[in-house]
Design a protein around this ligand. Structure first.
Ligand SMILES: *Cc1c(COP(=O)(O)O)cnc(C)c1O
Length: 354
């Protein structure tokens, strides 16, 4: 009889539990502007019960990642894009804009301090979470006169658990909307996410992992999936074509979405931004015209969609497994992020070792 020895399973971090040791904070008021910048240990915040952000949701955030490079250093993926989007979110919420240099130097300092917590495991990354919220203690219904910017981080494993590339099943969201024209769907404000949890639970109760958001007016155009953008692969005349729903103002303009549009074109796929209805999605899957669908985002990277549920109806995408274009695009993105393939100019911000 032989005894099989299995290596002890290392405990892998989930998404958002393995916090790093430090945080960067900075305060704003009309008199001093941005001031009181501190780099210190991650610690609890003293908050007055009337803190405006808690009551009226003047709260915005970002999400970006630092990756271990082939040469052992660490680099942050396109942080300038997140700095720009953070400013757009601030404007939408009547909050002060944080200058891009201040955003980037906070990222540099935190990653430099905590990068030793990132092992060489290529599945792991440091997820950076910039946050800004209204701190004035006052319950008048008006914008706060004081704000706190904060940057924290965690070591991230796969968003969808151990097998990061397993296809997910999705439920078409027929009962709730994420974003409305004139609303806040195109910025990353905290108030967009709490109301989405109920739709997410309904998807899980239907045996799916994620909800697909439709437009709020006609309830037929596909917008996003959970907190991710979506891509479709269609069989074209001369090979696969890649398209993603156009940014109508109710979609979040993802950095991953933008990166994949560039990388897909570099790989030679015709790319476009279009509208796609649920009916067409279903019909094109049945006809074999749509061959692959995937979701993308900083947290989810590239996640294939295998099956769609819409009420009592359901259909497979391709044979329900990750397709070749999805696989190639995921590899192209991950290779660029890890310095294994040449990155388009300005996409990687190297962090000096300390
Ligand atoms: C953050 C987010 C995305 C993805 O954006 P990335 O910049 O690629 O991380 C997509 N949709 C929603 C609703 C989001 O909040």
């Amino acid at each position: 009889m032989t005894l099989e020895l299995t290596a002890p399973t290392p405990t892998r971090p989930g998404h958002g539990d393995a916090f790093t040791d430090h945080m960067v904070t900075m305060a704003w008021n009309p008199l001093d502007g941005w001031h009181d910048r501190r780099v210190g240990p991650l610690a609890a915040l003293p908050l007055h019960p009337a803190t405006i952000g808690l009551h009226y949701a003047q709260v915005i955030f970002e999400g970006l990642k630092a990756h271990r490079q082939a040469d052992g250093s660490v680099a942050v993926f396109r942080p300038d894009r997140n700095a720009t989007r953070f400013r757009a979110s601030a404007r939408r919420l009547e909050m002060p804009e944080l200058p891009e240099e201040a955003f980037l130097s906070a990222v540099d300092d935190l990653v430099a301090l905590d990068q030793h917590l990132l092992s060489d495991d290529p599945e792991l990354s440091i997820y950076l979470r910039p946050l800004m919220f209204a701190t004035e203690p006052n319950l008048m219904l008006r914008p706060s006169g004081e704000y706190l910017f904060l940057l924290m981080a965690f070591v991230a494993g796969g968003f969808f658990g151990a097998d990061a590339f397993a296809p997910v099943s999705v439920l078409i969201g027929r009962t709730h909307t994420r974003a409305v024209p004139g609303g806040t769907g195109d910025v990353k404000c905290a108030a967009n996410y709490g109301p989405s949890f109920v739709a997410q639970r309904l998807a899980q109760e239907a045996g799916c992992q994620q909800v697909v958001w439709l437009d709020a007016i006609e309830r037929r155009w596909v917008e996003e999936m959970g907190g991710m953008n979506m891509f479709f692969v269609r069989a074209g005349e001369s090979g696969p074509e890649v398209f993603t729903p156009a940014l109508t103002g109710t979609l979040l303009p993802g950095v991953t979405r933008d990166s994949l549009l560039t990388l897909a074109a570099q790989l030679g796929y015709p790319v476009s931004e279009e509208r796609i209805s649920v009916d067409q999605w279903r019909q094109d899957c049945v006809d074999g015209r749509i061959t692959e669908v995937f979701a993308c985002g900083t947290a989810a990277v590239v996640t294939p969609v295998g099956r769609v549920h819409d009420g009592d109806d359901h259909w497979l995408i391709g044979d329900g497994t990750a397709g070749p274009v999805t696989t190639a695009l995921r590899k192209a993105l991950v290779d660029v992020q890890h310095g294994l393939a040449p990155a388009p100019r300005g996409w990687l911000r190297p962090i000096p070792a300390r």
